[in-house]
Design a protein around this ligand. Structure first.
Ligand SMILES: NC(=O)c1ccc[n+]([C@@H]2O[C@H](COP(=O)([O-])OP(=O)(O)OC[C@H]3O[C@@H](n4cnc5c(N)ncnc54)[C@H](OP(=O)(O)O)[C@@H]3O)[C@@H](O)[C@H]2O)c1
Length: 334
């Protein structure tokens, strides 16, 4: 059994070691989703003890935040921890920011998403997110991606204003490297970083995790199931619809799926020993890794949400953890 709560950075906020990731729930870039199923998944996750939820303004162009807002209506606000993100604008009439990224919104309209962490944009986005979520404060507000067109002073000055105003309880970042975090930390305390991390992608172990541990920045890692690949539910013949980004993702080639499946087969005795699925073993491995505060895990329906929450109900031994690491370290992806 894994302890149900962990501290967020140096703040007084406690979060769950598994955080429900609400990106796929909105369906955007995941081939669509049924609204009621998604709302039920969020509720099932909360009822199973996963009281921390991560979303972002850009997920479905506000739709994911709306879903979270609808799902949490019947719960006591203070018992839920809401993390969301700003800084990816699809609706900025001034078209400010960097790295224009052409995309389609959920209705199939063409939009251009820009990284924009300018003060006026952050202030505007926060108000929009509060409305969509139906709350009067956000527990953790994160800059989604670094914006090279805006200085750290401007960005984190704006974040600090929101903090002072009581609209945001803690400030975090996502997809920042050490240099970007250094600049941010010179202006505000950073509660967390949201980087990618999984058994197939352990890059942050070199510099980023040690830095976060040194400065008490929580690592809330995303895509720990590698978008489903590590669940055993992506055999070579699984087809993804054109609207699901996995049909073009470099990890999802037929050859990689075969190799990952072979690696999972090697750790099956460990899963069986705990009466656990691959998904549960992978989540459990991730949240026990030193320096990882929480794993952001996506789920598409109540079954997956409940199943993933149950990954806290056992503990892999040090020897099992080492064996799992060894298997995936010796896995070469094509
Ligand atoms: N900051 C960033 O830039 C960033 C980027 C990516 C993600 N994130 C955050 O991290 C969260 C999680 O990442 P993610 O959604 O990319 O990937 P993930 O958690 O690695 O994978 C989620 C996907 O795996 C499948 N799955 C989940 N539970 C399963 C189970 N028990 N059995 C079988 N399949 C299962 C589902 O897809 P299928 O059922 O369709 O296979 C689900 O959508 C996101 O929701 C978001 O909050 C942040």
């Amino acid at each position: 059994m894994i302890n149900r709560y962990r501290q967020l950075g140096a703040t007084e906020i406690t979060i769950t070691p598994i955080i429900l990731g609400a990106w796929a729930l909105g369906g955007w870039m995941w081939g669509g989703a049924d609204e009621q199923t998604s709302i039920d998944a969020i509720k099932a996750s909360i009822d199973a003890g996963i009281t921390t939820i991560d979303t972002a303004a850009v997920y479905g162009m506000g739709y994911s935040e709306q879903l979270v807002g609808k799902a949490i209506q019947g719960y006591v606000r203070d018992n839920i921890i809401i993390a969301t993100k700003c800084g990816m604008r699809w609706d900025d009439p001034k078209e400010e920011g960097s790295d224009p990224w052409p995309q389609q919104d959920p209705a199939g309209r063409n939009v251009v998403i820009r990284k924009n962490s300018k003060p006026a944009s952050i202030a505007y986005e926060c108000e929009q997110s509060l409305k969509r979520l139906g709350v009067d404060y956000i527990d953790l507000y994160q800059i989604h991606w670094p914006d090279v067109s805006t200085s750290a002073e401007e960005t984190f000055g704006a974040m600090e204003n929101l903090h002072q105003a009581g609209k945001v309880r803690a400030i975090g970042v996502s997809n920042y490297d050490v240099d970007w975090m250094e600049k941010a930390r010179a202006i505000v305390p950073l509660a967390s970083l949201q980087p990618p991390y999984s058994l197939l992608n352990r890059d942050i172990e070199k510099k980023i995790l040690p830095y976060c541990r040194r400065h008490q920045i929580s690592a809330l890692v995303y895509s720990p199931l590698e978008r489903g690949l590590l669940t055993g539910n992506v055999p070579a013949d699984r087809q993804f619809p054109p609207g699901d980004h996995r049909c073009r993702h470099k990890l999802f080639t037929m050859e990689n799926r075969r190799r990952v499946m072979a690696a999972l087969t090697q750790i099956k005795p460990i899963a069986d020993a705990h009466h656990a699925s691959f998904a549960q073993v992978v989540i459990n491995w991730t949240i026990q890794e030193p320096g990882i505060t929480a794993a952001l895990v996506g789920a598409r329906n109540p079954d997956q949400a409940q199943h993933n929450a149950a990954a806290m109900q056992f503990q892999l031994s040090a020897a099992e953890r080492a064996e799992i690491r060894r298997v995936f370290e010796s896995l070469a992806l094509a």
